[in-house]
Ligand binder design. Structure first.
Ligand code: PLP
Ligand code: TYF
Length: 396
């Protein structure tokens, strides 16, 4: 049965983790996978999460099946976060939201539904994008192509190229857009550029799928969510996937969501019924723990305030690491102006280093980033940054 089964390639990012774990170098630093570590190099367990879990422990509950679309209080909290609790879409009931297995799960439920709805549509992702975007939409049955995004020469976004591509795209094409903190480049488009993207999406009748995996890591929760408000104001219907993996440091609990903005409550009810079929035939219903933690935090004012503070601290620490990286690379003798690192946003920096340089960093110094030159700034800290800067200076 399995004699013809080929060995599949490793995930380019998660595969690096395995290589890192096996590396005996005592100085090794993992800047490969997108995970936030604190200044001691530890994965944080947020205080708001611990407080919610304490509450849950003190009033233990039996574990029946959840509804197919998850915890109602979780879904409504997600709607509030993404669209605004008092926003017209939420108040009118025209958002269909389901609790998903991480942001990936939200993307996949949305992709499966879209494939049934628009089987002939193509999917466009940014060039480059999170590699799993291509894999996930391909696996869902779509042909995946790209729109221009990164411009290496200007160290920024090739916005003219992006817009021209969208304007030349056939109606009904699904366009995956990073809502904020673009992975892997760290370059976001400006609010004015978003307006132009939205105009193109509207004119060409494209289907926007916003991936919001880093809400709160850019400028703040509301600030990063503002782009959603722009799509709403334009009168569009669209998809939004949410991930709490990073913002709650709950990677392994698999907490995320999919929200679909429809034209009316009646339409949202029908869409929700279809999303439920996707869920039921895949994993039936989501798990309880992570969703309860997030719902408890988001729906308890003191815990919500604590979360916003802790998320703000993570955001600030990453920004400080960007500033320190620029200064220390200069001090380590790098002649090139690395100031672009502080104009990037979110957890990643596209460093501009070549594949050869990234391989040298890994093999000679135990500093792990992806072959594309992406480094996770959120894994730098006051103890490893000098070593990393010295290593980068040597390969440059
Ligand atoms: N989308 C992007 C752009 C990401 O970087 C990630 C990271 O993991 C995800 C989606 C998936 O999120 P999750 O880990 O919650 O599945
Ligand atoms: O881009 C990253 O590093 C994160 C984590 O298949 C990740 O988004 C990477 C690869 C993958 C799943 C998650």
């Amino acid at each position: 049965l399995f004699t013809a089964v080929e060995m599949a390639p490793r995930d380019p990012i998660l595969g690096l983790n395995e290589q890192f774990a096996a590396d005996p170098n005592p100085h090794k630093v993992n800047l490969g996978v997108g995970v936030y570590y604190d200044d001691n190099g530890k994965l944080p367990l947020l205080e708001c999460v611990q407080a919610a879990e304490k509450q849950m422990m003190e009033a233990p509950k039996a574990r029946g099946y959840l509804p197919i679309d998850g915890i109602a209080a979780y879904d409504s909290a997600v709607k509030g976060l993404v669209f605004g609790a008092d926003s017209e879409p939420v108040k009118s009931g025209r958002v269909a939201t389901i609790q998903a297995l991480g942001g990936t799960g939200g993307l996949k439920v949305g992709a499966d539904f879209l494939r049934k709805l628009k089987p002939a549509a193509k999917v466009l992702i940014s060039d480059p994008s999170w590699e799993n975007h291509r894999a996930l939409f391909t696996q869902a049955g779509f042909t995946v192509e790209t729109y221009p995004y990164y411009d290496a020469a200007s160290r920024g976004v090739n916005f003219d190229g992006m817009l021209a591509a969208l304007q030349a795209t056939p109606a009904g094409t699904v366009v995956v857009l990073h809502a904020c903190c673009h992975n892997p480049t760290g370059y976001d488009i400006t609010p004015e550029q978003w307006d132009q993207v939205i105009a193109a999406v509207k004119a060409r009748e494209l289907v926007p799928f916003l991936d919001m995996a880093y809400q709160g890591f850019g400028q703040g929760i509301a600030e990063d969510g503002a782009v959603i408000g722009k799509f709403v104001a334009a009168g569009l219907t669209f998809f939004v996937s949410t991930s709490f993996s990073k913002s709650f440091s709950l990677y392994g609990e698999r907490v995320g969501a999919l929200s679909v903005l429809c034209d009316s409550k009646e339409e949202a009810d029908r869409v929700l019924s279809q999303l439920k079929i996707m869920i039921r035939t895949n994993y039936s219903n989501p798990p309880i723990h992570g969703g309860t933690v997030v719902a408890t935090v988001l729906n308890t004012p003191e815990l919500r305030a604590l979360w916003e503070k802790e998320l703000g601290d993570m955001r600030l620490r990453i920004k400080q690491m960007r500033i320190a990286l620029v200064e220390k690379l200069k001090a380590a003798g790098v002649k090139e102006d690395m100031g672009f690192i502080t104009t990037q946003i979110g957890m990643f920096s596209y460093s501009g280093l070549t594949k050869d340089q990234m391989v040298r960093l890994r093999n000679e110094f135990g500093v792990y980033g992806t072959d594309t030159g992406r480094m996770c700034v959120a894994a730098l800290n006051s103890k490893n940054i000098d070593y990393v800067c010295a290593a980068i200076a040597k390969v440059l």
